[in-house]
Design a protein around this ligand. Structure first.
Ligand code: MEV
Length: 439
């Protein structure tokens, strides 16, 4: 319910006071336990959770599942997945098992470069950039050496700088587009720190440089921030098998027909944006779940992946299927800026656990695992769609949610599962079944 007036100083209240205010605003007859039932038992852990964000009045639990048998480059992973949607983990597990006996997933990191931008206005001529950039770059690198030293020792650092002019923004608008290698960290803090310092140094350099005329000494820094679009941080995952091996048990069609329909389904998503968005959403079911489980930034991944899917001007499928010389090839390429050190990866106990479960991978290995899980998810969705349809498996899982919402007991659940094994599940049908079973 909306609050009737402006709330001042909410963040200064204790958690108990914040909860009281919230309960009051939705009706004081509400149970005080409503939010506190989600508190974790350990005070220290609760403190850690509270420190992640502001005004944390409760925890919001999501299921933490595991997809077994995800064989990537010959290593068999138990993949942690945080997702609330029924049947996503089941689908990933089933696709992983299907491919396990067919050689598993292959994956490779094509490039692992991150980007950041310093946006500024400058009263100079665009053609002067080529002559000035080497001296500017040397100055920027030298003056931030103390900030890049540790990253360079780990094999990362600043890779290069481009000085761009975008007169469509404003005639005097420029930007430094900076590329980075941030090794196993996602790198947002590192990149933003460097860029802000570049802003300070650019201002000083322009004010004092003898290379510049008086007219050219005017600069205004607009902003400095990483770009979440990472088209040079790309991972590719693929599966391959003889067409003869593409028989799907219980599908009612043979391996050739299945492969042909599957290939066509991917083609539809390549050419039709309406289908492409849903198709890619299926991929992101797997990708986001692992990204979340490992404490990575799924919003950054989503933003980048969706921009990448539209990189040629039309939104298209991220995956590709090709059938030639009796071989079925299914592959996925997508940008993934991930970290396995820093940020939540260590602070969140379950993110830390997830990384343990995956054998403490390097960021590039995690990119491969995530891409393989996205491909598994896409494969499972298309496999259902071109054979039995998606609802059969989905509603079987959803049945449990409906039973839960109707307070079914253990015995009723068992009976419902058997009753709906070959029947269409709907809220109405399940309710009727439970009512009948009470009579
Ligand atoms: C549902 O979360 C995902 C699917 O719609 C994906 C797809 O249609 O490919 C099943």
């Amino acid at each position: 319910m909306p609050h009737p007036s402006l709330i001042n100083g909410f963040s200064k209240l204790t958690k108990a006071q914040q909860r009281r205010l919230i309960y009051d605003s939705i009706g004081s007859d509400l149970n005080n336990e409503q939010l506190s039932q989600f508190d974790v038992a350990s005070e220290q852990l609760q403190q850690t959770m509270d420190n992640f964000s502001e005004n944390t009045v409760a925890n919001f639990p999501l299921p933490f599942g595991v997809a077994p048998n995800v064989l990537v480059n010959g290593r068999n992973y138990l993949v942690p997945m945080v997702i609330e949607e029924s049947s996503v983990v089941a689908a990933a597990s089933s696709a992983a098992k299907f491919w396990f006996s067919r050689g598993g997933f292959q994956a490779e990191v094509v490039a692992a470069e991150k980007l950041g931008q310093l946006h500024f206005r400058w009263n100079g001529k665009p053609e002067r950039r080529a002559a000035l950039l080497p001296r500017l770059e040397a100055r920027l690198r030298q003056s931030t050496a103390h900030l890049t030293e540790r990253m360079e020792a780990r094999g990362g650092g600043v890779l290069g700088l481009t000085w761009k002019h975008l007169p469509a923004v404003a005639p005097d608008y420029y930007q430094l587009l900076v590329s980075f290698n941030t090794q196993d960290s996602m790198g947002a803090n590192f990149i933003n720190t460097i860029l802000e310092e570049y802003g300070n140094q650019l201002t000083k350099w322009i004010a004092c440089s003898t290379d510049l005329s008086d007219d050219e000494r005017e600069v205004e820094i607009i902003m400095a921030i990483l770009s979440n679009y990472t088209p040079n941080c790309i991972v590719r995952a693929w599966v391959m098998a003889d067409i003869e091996a593409m028989q799907v048990a219980g599908s009612g069609i043979d391996a050739h027909e299945f492969s042909r329909k599957f290939e066509l389904a991917v083609k539809i998503a390549t050419e039709d944006p309406y289908r492409a968005v849903t198709h890619n959403k299926g991929i992101m079911n797997g990708v986001d779940a692992v990204v979340l489980a490992t404490g990575n930034d799924f919003r950054a991944v989503e933003a980048s992946v969706n921009a990448y899917a539209a990189r040629d001007g039309q939104y298209r499928s991220l995956s590709r299927c090709e059938i030639s010389t009796g071989q079925f090839l299914f592959e996925l390429s997508l940008p993934l800026a991930l970290g396995t050190v820093g940020g939540l990866t260590k602070l969140h106990p379950l993110a830390n656990f997830s990384l343990d479960l995956l054998g403490r991978p390097k960021a590039t290995e995690l990119m491969e695992i995530v891409a393989a899980t996205g491909l598994a998810q896409n494969f499972a969705a298309l496999r259902s769609l071109v054979t039995t349809g998606i609802q059969k498996g989905h509603m079987k899982m959803h049945l449990q949610n409906i039973l839960q919402s109707l307070d079914a007991n253990e015995c009723q659940r068992r009976e419902a599962v058997s009753h709906f094994a070959e029947r269409t599940v709907s809220h109405h049908a399940v309710k009727a079944f439970l009512n009948a079973s009470k009579e």
